[in-house]
Write a protein that binds this ligand. Structure first.
Ligand code: M6R
Length: 618
């Protein structure tokens, strides 16, 4: 979603701002802009659409100056137009503001300010911040002993009036040697340089510029000059800050021979699985080992219920986790959409442990659900990919995926890494309870074999591409699986929807008879995920029902399954693995299917329309 960059120092700011915005592109956006302070005052350049459009504009009219802020906007209030793009100004171009988050009471503030004669030019909620700070600035006197105190006073006075979330950066035409930033609910980091300092909504734009970063916390305001950083809490005053090392893997290392990040990330999965398991499987104790849960084995043994909360693909991983943990550890698990959990009031006893599952660690609903469960006194843990993200910082403990940056908006490697972490958790909880040493060792062996099996699975790419060519014109797909592969059906359907804009529904296969079967016709392919296992025959019966009604059938089945090959129009084989680990394997052909169909339909695979990589608004 929206991204922020800022620079103050001795160099021209535009190159850093533009490069930084490019590094934030993966978050998803629909317009972009920068504001630069130089000899000609405060100048703003914006565009609807891609950053390249901004770059092209700046070739004709470059903005010179050593202080600047930039933004990529993902529209919430007001269309994705140039006028609604950030930075916004206060009406008199004395200040410029970039803002991530949502100002919920913007309408009433706008009405009040309009009543006082201020004229608004955009349809955004963010403009009220610029106008309000500008308005407040008019009534504060500069202080003799601190050149920036009145600026902070004005920003604080404005923030006291808004309700909502923000990560924001402000530059002032008449104070060209300072940049002010503030955070509540939307992340901001300051990069500490030498004679220059940087600002960004995540660490990625700062890679290569500094390896010292300061994570701002909620309610903090930062005054950033070229050689100084002062942080204060809105109520508590001065804050002593500590710089942390740049997280390893904060940088996107680019495309290495693949046409799209999504395809690259699909192929990275054998490695990302290895990374997720590295150092976490103990053959000596036949269990999994996690360093950061911050609970003793005795406390873990006392846990009598797990709540797994997440959104989107991470929610599908949570469903896989539910099957795994209940099967292997016998602990009741509830999977909750984070957006629902935050407003529900489920009766949970104190021994309930919460896991928030998230790739980005910034998903607003997941963060809010985690906070709500924390407030109720539950121990909260995160299963997260992005080191230092808000959820990673706010959880009481957690497990990092170590999948490396995931740039494609469609989550692939993070999903399989989440599943493998949940499988290790199931092993861990199982071994704390009834699971024997030998059973634990067998699971470890199966887990260790997964990367090679996934590597082998990816050899189906050419076959999947052919299937894609045959069905890319269809406008509806059904995905069906049961038990461990019910979530795989949901995930396959979501992948297709989000990157190819084809309507697709995932269902537990037996549910088909209760409604979706009405959709079956010769133009609606049904994708059955049916590896060998307890429910194979049942799913086969559902497949026959679709065939009997003339629907095309694509099957993901285990190698050598001649029955599936005989009945299906297309069969895609995967290696045999333990039934409970099958979701980690059988999702790969579905990721490839969605990818190839999207490419064939000419879709922007890595930046699908309307979607953002991290969804930082409610
Ligand atoms: O970063 P998170 O895992 O918290 O993100 C949750 C969803 O927004 C995300 O999984 C989304 O559904 C993906 N685009 C799916 O590919």
């Amino acid at each position: 979603m929206c991204g922020i960059v800022g620079y103050i120092g001795h160099r021209e700011s535009s190159p850093f701002l533009l490069e930084g915005l490019r590094r934030l592109e993966y978050r998803g956006y629909d317009s972009a802009g920068i504001a630069v302070l130089g000899q000609n005052g405060l100048k703003i350049c914006k565009t609807a659409g891609r950053i390249q459009g901004l770059v092209d504009k700046l070739i004709d009219t470059p903005l010179a100056g050593t202080v600047g802020i930039g933004h990529t906007r993902w529209a919430t209030h007001g269309q994705a137009t140039e006028v609604n793009a950030h930075p916004h100004h206060d009406g008199g171009s004395r200040i410029a503001v970039v803002h991530n988050g949502v100002i919920e009471n913007y309408q009433s503030i706008k009405t009040t300010l309009e009543g006082k004669g201020r004229r608004f030019y955009s349809a955004t909620d963010s403009e009220v911040l610029a106008q309000l700070i500008g308005y407040e600035l008019e009534s504060v006197e500069p202080s003799a002993d601190d050149p920036y105190r009145h600026l902070v006073t004005a920003v604080k006075a404005a923030l006291d009036q808004v309700r909502g979330t923000y990560g924001l950066a402000v530059v002032f035409r008449d104070y060209p040697d300072v940049l002010i930033a503030a955070r509540l609910g939307s992340p901001l980091v300051v990069g500490i340089g030498t004679g220059e300092n940087f600002l960004a909504s995540d660490a990625s734009p700062l890679v290569g510029h500094t390896d010292r970063i300061v994570y701002l916390a909620d309610h903090q305001i930062a005054v950033v000059t070229a050689d100084r950083l002062d942080v204060s809490h809105r109520e508590a005053g001065q804050v002593h800050w500590n710089a942390e090392a740049m997280p390893i893997n904060a940088a996107d290392s680019g495309l290495s021979g693949f046409d799209h990040y999504m395809l690259q990330e699909i192929y990275e999965q054998p490695t990302s699985l290895e990374n997720a398991m590295r150092g976490r499987l103990s053959e000596e104790h036949a269990t999994a080992v996690f360093g950061g849960l911050n609970l003793t084995p005795r406390q873990m043994r006392g846990v009598n219920r797990l709540v797994l909360t997440a959104c989107g693909t991470s929610w599908h991983a949570a469903l896989v986790g539910e099957y795994l943990i209940e099967e292997l550890a016998g602990i009741p698990v509830e999977v909750e959409y984070a957006s629902e959990l935050r407003y529900r009031n489920p009766p949970l006893d104190p021994e309930t442990l919460l896991f928030a599952i998230t790739q980005s660690g910034e998903t607003a609903d997941t963060l809010a659900a985690l906070r709500e469960m924390k407030r109720k006194g539950h121990h909260t843990l995160a299963i997260c990919n992005v080191v230092g993200s808000s959820i990673a910082q706010e959880a009481d403990g957690g497990i990092y995926l170590h999948a490396g940056p995931e740039v494609g908006v469609a989550s692939t490697k993070a999903y399989t890494s989440q599943c493998v972490v949940l499988a290790m958790l199931a092993l861990y909880f199982g071994r704390l309870r009834h699971m024997s040493f030998d059973a634990g060792l067998r699971i470890i062996e199966s887990l260790q074999a997964l990367p090679a099996q996934l590597e082998k699975t990816l050899e189906v790419n050419d076959r999947v591409k052919k299937v894609a060519e045959r069905y890319a014109h269809c406008n509806n797909f059904l995905y069906m699986g049961r038990q461990f592969n019910f979530p795989t059906a949901l995930e396959g359907a979501l992948k297709l929807k989000e990157i190819s804009y084809i309507h697709a529904e995932g269902y537990p296969a037996a549910e088909m008879k209760h409604g979706p079967i009405a959709l079956v016709d010769e133009h609606t392919p049904s994708v059955f995920i049916m590896p060998h296992g307890k429910v194979y025959d049942k799913v086969m019966a559902n497949l026959e029902e679709v065939k009997a009604r003339g629907g095309p059938v694509i099957v993901v089945a285990c190698e050598g399954d001649t029955d599936a090959a005989r009945l299906a129009d297309e069969v895609i084989y995967t290696p045999h693995v333990e039934e409970f680990l099958q979701p980690i394997i059988s999702v790969a052909p579905l990721q490839l299917l969605a990818y190839h169909i999207a490419v064939l339909r000419g879709c922007d695979v890595d930046k699908p329309r309307n979607l953002a990589k991290s969804v930082t608004v409610e």
